[in-house]
Write a protein that binds this ligand. Structure first.
Ligand code: ADP
Ligand code: X2W
Length: 258
């Protein structure tokens, strides 16, 4: 079995036409597929509307109890159900889940070292056998970036990390492609120039570009997750623009991670 695990980021979800373009191309992708979505931008806005300030440390949200309630509502409710309804109307049989549903993704609350991240989960185990069963039934799981702990907490988990964990867990049994979709055409030599896509990126070049400041901010944790997936047996890892999935799986768009 070949499985595509796709991650879509908050900058695309936030823009109506971009989201629709992405969902059309996701729906058109043949074969079993899993979607993991983010939505950080929307959570930040909703929190601000409620008078709750957002604090990020190294790209991770400090999730105290009020923020946990916001992300649960925004990721598990608003964003997830909106995506599922649209996929259904595009003829794609999607089921919206958090990592707590079906015990799909177990995590532990991140231990407090110098920083207390609050209700943030580090993934311990993915119940890939259940995800595979859904896929065999023709159902496409759509995961919100939320996981659960043995203690019964709902925990906020970075969507890039969750997509990588899901892809790695399925890689034991199937040929898995992991595709990170965002608003740019791939990893770029100049982040402001969409015509500067780096077609193939290996870890040596990554280290060099990072040092030179060519790759920075949110692209660093994304690429760390991407290389980790490659090392763990995921067959192909690609970073591409949201509506380029079909070309990207054929190697005709985006950046392939080696
Ligand atoms: N070399 C690069 N090529 C493309 N984007 C880059 C690069 N370096 C940094 N970035 C930044 O990384 C961002 C993507 O990371 P992030 O915002 O976390 O994505 P998402 O929310 O979609 O997961 C881009 O919007 C861009 O600003
Ligand atoms: C722990 C943590 O930081 N979780 C992320 C989950 C959402 C996410 O990853 O969304 P994007 O992909 O749109 O950035 C957050 O709350 O921002």
């Amino acid at each position: 079995m070949q499985i595509n695990v796709i991650k879509i980021g908050g900058n695309v979800i936030d823009v109506e036409e971009k989201l629709q373009g992405f969902l059309k191309s996701f729906a058109a992708l043949e074969g079993p597929k899993v979607l993991v979505h983010g939505g950080g931008k929307i959570a930040t806005r909703m929190a601000a509307d409620l008078g709750i300030e957002t604090k990020m440390v190294e790209g991770r949200r400090i999730t105290d109890a009020p923020m946990r309630d916001v992300v649960t509502m925004v990721y598990g409710g608003l964003v997830n159900k909106n995506i599922v309804a649209r996929l259904q109307s595009l003829g794609c049989n999607a089921v919206g889940l958090t990592g707590a549903d079906g015990g799909a993704i177990l995590s532990i609350k991140r231990p407090v070292k110098t920083i207390d991240y609050g209700y943030v989960g580090d993934i311990v185990e993915v119940r890939s056998s259940w995800i595979q069963k859904l896929l065999l039934d023709g159902v496409n799981p759509v995961f919100a970036p939320l996981t659960y702990s043995k203690e019964g907490e709902i925990l906020n988990t970075n969507a890039d990390t969750q997509a990588s964990a899901v892809a790695k867990s399925l890689a034991g049994e199937a040929e898995v492609n992991l595709i990170y979709c965002f608003e740019k055409r791939g990893v770029l030599l100049d982040a402001e120039n969409n015509d500067s896509v780096i077609p193939v990126l290996n870890s040596e070049a990554y280290a060099k570009y990072r040092e030179q400041g060519v790759i920075y901010a949110g692209m660093i944790p994304k690429l760390d997750n991407a290389f980790e997936a490659v090392r763990s047996g995921v067959r192909k890892v690609i970073i591409c623009e949201a509506d380029d999935i079909l070309q990207a799986v054929r190697g005709q768009a985006g950046t392939t991670i080696e």
